[in-house]
Design a protein around this ligand. Structure first.
Ligand SMILES: Cc1cc2nc3c(=O)[nH]c(=O)nc-3n(C[C@H](O)[C@H](O)[C@H](O)COP(=O)(O)OP(=O)(O)OC[C@H]3O[C@@H](n4cnc5c(N)ncnc54)[C@H](O)[C@@H]3O)c2cc1C
Length: 392
């Protein structure tokens, strides 16, 4: 069986469905091929089930890529306001969390239902449970599947990143890129917990479960959000954010008291509370378990007026310039995104078509553009999908 379409989109996730809607609205005959039994599975588990579907404040600064300018064009053509308008058109109620992050009041299911409804209205043909077995290109693309062969002039790869394989993530998009000779920026887990070596982890024994707001820095980038100590290392939003910038062999620096001039404060305590201990004083600001961990004896029990300048410098280092040396990450099993992907040098930032393979498009997370935590990755999926949908 041969069936013809104008565009075939492989991957029925965020970017693929948005691309299908945009192309369908242009009266293109669009087929979405999804290998899972249902579309939008990652959307369903996103944002703790409430889908942080965009961020009001999106700029190129919020993305990483070998070419940091690549994402600019798409992000300016399909903006957070465009997606919010769609959400409002469907009567989906939402709220803003910190820093412009928009979440559904109800459930991420509403976003998937909205995308399906838009696909229906645009005449998009969605086929789930289809496994692609081969892609051939002559004048058009022939897509062979376990349910027959489909043909189209345009082929869009929207199969996402490698994270969370158990809900259907595959390296399919990277394999297609390789098949057509396109360069790939090596993929790595992003927005992911960092693991510590056995010695460092033992030293932090007992802190598992402690969460505190901190500034975490690496490679000239800093994030101020919560960090969480786990039984394997570090997690929490600030650590997930910095994981995008961390490379093997680098240390990350943690400031547990970002608003405090600790030298001046200790000097003040020496006058106002000379007999008190750092354990008591710092314990008013930070979890006691954490304070005990950071204060090596005798600093924990020594009255503040007996601390030497050298000891005060050590305390400042321990709380405000604490260096940890991750040995790895929690991996693709736990990562929220994949860094790297199809090299943007291979793609047009206007159309997302491969420069060297007319008719072949790559969108969403499979492309080497990775967003921060906070709705930026979905905004990239919507924007790149919508833009490609104008050209397929
Ligand atoms: C736990 C978790 C929570 C997240 N929360 C947020 C959030 O709140 N906000 C945010 O901005 N981002 C969030 N993200 C990231 C966001 O989900 C992704 O960046 C986004 O979904 C990428 O869109 P995409 O279309 O590129 O890929 P996806 O949405 O992953 O879609 C890819 C689709 O392709 C299908 N597929 C894969 N291989 C094949 C194949 N061989 N054949 C056919 N189909 C295939 C997959 O089944 C999937 O349906 C989260 C990610 C995770 C893992």
């Amino acid at each position: 069986m041969m069936t013809d379409f104008d565009a075939i989109i492989i991957g029925g996730g965020a970017s693929g469905l948005m691309c299908a809607i945009a192309a369908g609205q242009r009266r293109r005959r669009v087929l979405v091929l999804e290998h899972a039994e249902t579309v939008g599975k990652k959307i369903l588990i996103s944002g703790g089930g409430r889908c942080n579907f965009t961020n009001r404040n999106v700029s190129t600064e919020n993305y990483l890529s070998e070419n940091p300018h690549f994402c600019k064009s798409a992000l300016s053509r399909f903006t957070p306001a465009d997606f919010i308008a769609l959400v409002e058109k469907h009567g989906i109620r939402y709220h803003e969390k910190t820093a412009g992050q928009l979440f559904c009041d109800g459930s991420a299911r509403e976003i998937v239902a909205m995308l399906r409804a838009e696909c229906r209205a645009a005449g998009v043909d969605i086929r789930t449970g289809h496994t692609v077995t081969a892609i051939r290109k002559n004048d058009t693309f022939s897509i062979e599947t376990d349910h027959g062969t489909f043909r189209a002039a345009s082929l869009v790869i929207a199969t996402g990143g490698l994270s969370i394989p158990k809900i259907g993530a595959t390296d399919f998009g990277l394999r297609v890129a390789k098949q057509f000779g396109l360069k790939i920026v090596p993929p790595a887990p992003g927005l992911v917990g960092l693991r510590l070596g056995a010695v460092e982890q033992r030293a932090l024994g007992g802190l598992s479960g402690v969460s505190v707001e901190a500034v975490v820095s690496c490679s000239g980038q800093s994030f101020r959000e919560a960090i969480l100590f786990t039984h394997r290392g570090l997690s929490g939003p600030a650590v997930l954010q910095i994981s995008n910038y961390w490379r093997r062999g680098q240390t990350i620096t943690i400031n547990l008291l970002p608003d405090v001039d600790l030298a001046a404060t200790i000097s003040n305590w020496q006058k106002t509370h000379p007999k008190s201990t750092l354990k008591t004083r710092l314990g008013e600001w930070l979890p006691k378990r954490l304070v005990r961990n950071r204060l090596a004896p005798p600093l924990d029990t020594k009255p503040v007026n007996q601390l030497s300048p050298k000891e005060i410098a050590a305390v400042i280092r321990a709380f405000q310039a604490w260096e940890v040396s991750p040995t790895g990450t929690d991996g693709f099993k736990k990562a929220e995104v994949t860094r790297g992907g199809v090299d943007t040098a291979e793609l047009s930032s206007k159309t997302f078509e491969a420069r060297r393979v007319p008719g072949l498009f790559f969108i969403g997370e499979v492309v080497d553009v990775t967003g921060w935590l906070g709705g930026y990755n979905f905004q990239w999926a919507w924007a790149s999908g919508w833009c490609a949908g104008q050209f397929v």
